[in-house]
Design a protein around this ligand. Sequence first.
Ligand code: ARG
Length: 394
Amino acid sequence: MSEVVLAYSGGLDTSVCIPLLKERYGFDRIVTVLVDVGQPRSDIERGNNRAKQLANEHYVIDAREEFVKEYIFPLIKANGSYEGYVLGTAIARPLIAKKAVEIAMQKGIKNLAHGCTGRGNDQLRFEAIFRATDCRVIAPMRELDLAREWEIDYAREHGIEVPVTRDKPWSIDENIWSRSIEGGKLEDPYFEPPEEIYGWTKRPDANRKAQIVEIGFAQGVPVSLDGVPMGGVELIEKLNLIGGEHGVGRTDMVEDRVLGLKARENYEHPAATILLAAHRDLEHLVLSRAELRFKVMVEEAWSEMAYMGLVEDPLYSDLNAFLDQSQKRVNGSVKMKLYCGNAISVGRQSPDALYSQDMVSFDSQTLSQKDSEGFAKYHGFQARLLKIKGLKRT
Ligand code: ARG
């Protein structure tokens, strides 16, 4: 008997995969694995129901806690951002793939499938994990070169209810960190996104009163909201709701996919926007200038690896080791003002601040100003040498 484990979301692509794996690939049993990384409860329910109808065996794995601790917290330490994208879909893929592999191993199944197309990044992220096993990898969407229209018809023929219609053909990927929206008219980068694509954020409204939230950090990760200690999952969920009310965290961008294709992408991520801005702000209070300058390079490298899904590459753990060490003094809290689509830091404090109000103050005489005179004489020295020696600027 031939069996396959399918990484299953309950959406159109992966639902269509189930009959395809039977009809076109000849598998006898399809085992679906749905990983809960904080997508809406209704998506999970829909996934469970469809899997019951279509698959032979179905698993739901609640990985929210692990997703936040093992993927989102390192991302916050790294101020993770790829060309301005907060990496939500990107960092969830390796975890989903690993859970599918775990089930396959437990059951001794030698075939792994995913529902990604051949145009995007997700196929690469899944397969970086899948291909580290000795399983056969099956990618029906890519291998059969399927178009969305065809999928919709095929789904209907197989009794799969499809929420996507031809005029609302958004492809949406959600988890606790972000909501990614692609497809349809959005594929024209000049087309302004209609309000209806947004599910987490209200339209930014200048008449709405500003609100301040205070985020507490310990060793670079958020641990409290408005002074109340809170686990990561709850804190992120709360901030998504609060930030969403103020229209915080919309991104409309053109993104360079790993394959080289440029793609128009829309995202919503209120909590991510607030937490990343607060975290970076706190770092500026506590880290040295040298640390900040160097860390930017680590952040860039980390974000690139995370985007590509290369979390098993040794470099990824090397970078995380640096990030963990760099975050030991990143303790304190930041006041964030939410107003009309913006999240702005308006106050920060830390027991580990390198900041000295006494030394920097206009009103203080702790440091003698005269001491910096010698320093100032050498500042810009080489430029003056040109003049002194009568040399021309090239
Ligand atoms: N461009 C994003 C990435 O590569 C999101 C891809 C998935 N988005 C979607 N709507 N299906 O990480």
